[in-house]
Design a protein around this ligand. Structure first.
Ligand code: FES
Ligand SMILES: [Fe+2]
Length: 412
């Protein structure tokens, strides 16, 4: 990848082509329980390189406000919460969750307030997350309708991890199957080793083959990618496939199933959302045990919200004294992913990579994002999934039939 393409891919601030593309999609920015209650103090959120506030009015309406007052740039996190709107404490301008200006008390002409529009963007709850849309009002796409968003609340478990990497590294962590049996070699995450495998513990069989065949098949909102492995299940030679589903611009469904979404805070920080879901109530304690990082790896910001603590200074929390019994010395599968990607630096120099066939899905994601951003620059609208299409999105895994038709493993 050329240096310029890497910059193009990873820079997401206001006015950048990739930033403009990302702003065309609904983005999760908080877990539902982090959203303030009616008329409570606004909550500060940084996303795609800009600062915002989430505020809920007395009627429950939610808006995403640019943090700095449109008049003279005072932070509205100092604003008064007045039920129907936020009132800036400097000159008293007041804004509602739809961007209407309710009052400009320091100006003589009352018509000015009626005509003005404040920079407030749509925000909606869905599937245990708060989603926002930062693009042009007339281009707002359908709100996603993923399976977990249509099920009862106890059928899913959402968490958020703040990570010191660019969002593309986050995405790459979900689109790189060949590292699983190597980096995560000793983790208990996928259950026990294959000697103890039962058919119900299908994930275990991935240990059998560290050289999976990676295939990619585009769909209108992204692509499916499979990793196919030779496995030996109780003496039988079989072909086992895991099918991940990349959904533009920052989501991947991974068999568990879980939807991972890597939303840029800015160019060098990312909030990674994970939503585990199923057809029945989910065991939250089991999910917490797997996905909550221990205190030596992360600090707790809020329930189910953590900030990763690995840096070059602490060698990304590696404990070399454990490497006689642990392949990575990181003692946690999530921390293994976080450490390898954070160790590249916030944005790696992809111009110096020696990528190969095992990186097919990673490269397809990169070109898909770059092509869509270039197309948007030329005035071509990105392909947006309808709500109905998003409802069919998922992932799959299982043993292949002789014809190896891996897309058949996807939910029908
Ligand atoms: S700076 Fe907010 S009203 Fe003047
Ligand atoms: Fe991983």
């Amino acid at each position: 990848m050329r240096k310029e393409d890497n910059e193009y891919l990873t820079k997401v601030g206001p006015g950048t082509p990739m930033g403009n593309l990302l702003r065309r999609f609904w983005m999760p920015i908080l877990l539902e329980h982090e959203v303030p209650g009616p008329n409570e103090a606004p909550v500060r959120v940084r996303v795609v390189g800009e600062n915002f506030l989430i505020w809920r009015d007395a009627q429950g309406g939610i808006g995403l406000f640019e943090e700095y007052c449109m008049h003279r740039r005072v932070s509205l996190s100092l604003a008064r919460c007045e039920g129907d709107g936020l009132r800036c404490i400097f000159h008293g301008w007041k804004f509602d969750v739809k961007g209407n200006v309710l009052d400009m008390p320091n100006l003589r002409d009352p018509n000015l307030a009626r005509k003005a529009r404040a920079p407030v963007y749509p925000a909606r709850l869905g599937g245990g997350l708060l989603w926002v849309y930062l693009g042009p009002a007339d281009k707002q796409p359908d709100f996603p309708s993923y399976e977990f968003m249509r099920q009862p609340k106890d059928h899913s478990y959402a968490f958020r991890q703040i990570w010191n990497v660019n969002f593309v590294q986050g995405l790459e962590s979900n689109l790189d199957s060949s590292h699983i049996g190597i980096l995560h070699n000793d983790s208990a995450f996928f259950g026990e080793r294959k000697e103890r495998a039962t058919p119900e513990m299908r994930d275990v069989v991935i240990w059998d083959d560290d050289r999976p065949t990676i295939l990619v098949k585009d769909h209108p909102g992204g692509f499916f990618t499979t990793a196919i492995r030779d496995v030996d299940l109780n003496g039988e030679k079989l072909r086992y496939a895991r099918v991940h589903n990349y959904v533009m611009p920052f989501g991947t469904f991974v068999p568990f199933p879980i939807l991972a979404q890597h939303v840029p805070i800015d160019d060098e920080n990312t909030m990674s959302f994970g939503i585990l879901y199923g057809k029945k109530p989910i065991d939250a304690e089991f999910c917490r045990k797997i996905f909550e990082l221990p205190p030596f790896l992360a600090e707790n910001v809020a329930p189910r919200v953590q900030r990763y603590l690995g840096t070059a200074e602490n060698n990304w929390c590696q404990d070399r004294s454990t490497m006689d019994r642990s392949f990575s010395g990181l003692l946690n599968p999530i921390a293994e992913d976080m450490a390898v990607f954070a160790s590249m630096g916030p944005i790696p120099d992809r111009g110096k990579e020696a990528a190969g066939g095992s990186d097919a899905a990673v490269s397809r994601m990169r070109t898909m994002l770059i092509d869509a951003a270039r197309a948007l620059e030329r005035g071509e609208e990105p392909i947006m999934m309808s709500g109905q299409q998003s409802a069919t999105m998922g992932c799959g895994e299982g043993i292949l039939g002789e014809d190896e038709r891996w897309p058949e493993l996807l939910p029908q």
